[in-house]
Design a binder for this molecule. Structure first.
Ligand code: ZN
Length: 376
């Protein structure tokens, strides 16, 4: 056995980067099923070659999801990640695979193809060195995380219910911290109907939908409560046609983030209680909070401390943090499953053109995964 697993994976870095390059150069925008399935087949083959049982869960709209099982026994831990990206096919032309200043750049490197590659190498070493496991490992590789896990949510929830804990291989927070809480959230759409009228001749007969929605925009913004971790942001607004007609329609999209399920309820109630201000106006509220918050519980803390101890064995310190963005970890946590997120790569630039992974941090991250896989 190597002095530390970190040095073992340090030696393997060229292979690890080559593997990641293969993933990155198969571009996988969520909506392009054919492209996503191409990488899916490759990933399935790689895990099969390690002796895993791979179930391909067929999907019609998005890519087929992969459920990858290794080991035996009644207890299982779930390892969660996705290989779809927000980057269109062809992004590689302007954002090519590139290694520069100790960083590897490319679409989907950080969010989160590297995470899957890390898991592959951790498992490969477990297999090759016959490292005993305490629980069965079930990897769930999702294909539609970037659009809210429409087709995968029910599978993720089902698998989480069977698992003693969920390890989410999403990117680490900026400084390498694990993510022990995530806000939940969703989107509301407010639709307002008024009455059209000539703005000059019949002003008094009109019901101005933009005037109506303006009242609600201010009200909705005021539901924000920073202390409770709740934010609402009216992000887009549309309405009206030409200036000399009193507009009969307006609508707004509202982004909502909450830190607790109580706040989710409070906001949902407030949104559904919006009532028209102008006589003759009508309101409809659509959408809702679709991602429950991932709350930091005493159990989460225990799991984090365990991960931190694994990192200490590798000679580095792991920290934790709560973040605003959601992931599939929110669904796992909502099933009451202990969830630790942000176990993937260190880097920056998710969804941006400077997306990259810090190469120096790769061996240590894989080492911690190996230790978690074999000790939980
Ligand atoms: Zn992601």
């Amino acid at each position: 056995m190597a002095a530390t697993w970190t040095s073992h994976f340090q030696d393997k870095l060229p292979d690890i980067l080559a593997e990641l390059r293969t993933y990155v150069e198969m571009e996988t925008p969520t909506h392009d099923k054919e492209a996503v399935d191409r990488l899916g087949e490759y990933i399935a083959g790689r895990f099969r070659s390690l002796g895993c049982k791979v179930d391909v869960i067929p999907q019609t709209t998005y890519g087929n999801q992969l459920r990858v099982e290794y080991g035996e026994g009644d207890e299982q831990i779930m390892v969660l990640g996705h290989f779809d990206t927000v980057k269109e096919v062809g992004t590689l032309k302007s954002e090519p695979w590139k290694i520069e200043d100790g960083r590897v750049y490319g679409p989907g490197t950080y969010d989160m193809k590297a995470g899957i590659v890390f898991c592959y190498y951790a498992l490969k070493t477990i297999v090759e060195q016959n490292i005993p496991l305490k629980s069965k490992l079930v990897f769930f590789w999702n294909t539609d995380e970037e659009i809210g896990s429409e087709s995968s949510e029910k599978w993720i929830r089902e698998e989480a219910r069977r698992s003693t804990c969920a390890l989410v291989i999403e990117p680490a927070a900026g400084d390498g911290s694990l993510k022990t809480s995530r806000k939940g959230g969703g989107e509301f759409v407010l639709k307002v109907t008024g009455r059209a009228a000539h703005a000059g001749n019949d002003h008094a007969l009109g019901v101005n939908a933009i005037e109506e929605i303006a009242h609600h925009v201010l009200a909705i913004q005021s539901f924000t409560d920073y202390e409770a971790g709740t934010t609402l942001s009216v992000g887009t607004i549309r309405g009206g046609s030409v200036s000399n007609v009193v507009p009969d329609y307006a609508e707004a999209d509202i982004d909502v983030r909450i830190s607790t399920s109580e706040e989710a309820e409070r906001i949902t109630t407030l949104m559904n209680q919006l009532t028209p201000i102008l006589p003759g106006a009508q309101l409809t509220v659509e959408g809702g909070i679709t991602k429950p918050p991932m709350e930091r519980t005493a159990g989460t803390e225990q799991l984090f401390l365990h991960a931190q101890a694994q990192a200490q064995l590798e000679g580095f310190n792991l920290t934790e943090r709560g973040v605003g963005g959601t992931s599939d970890g929110n669904f796992a946590a909502d099933e009451g499953t202990l969830t630790l997120d942000g176990l993937g790569p260190v880097g920056d630039g998710a969804h941006a053109s400077h997306e990259h992974v810090v190469i120096d941090a790769i061996p240590g991250r894989i080492a911690v995964l190996l230790r978690l896989f074999s000790s939980l």
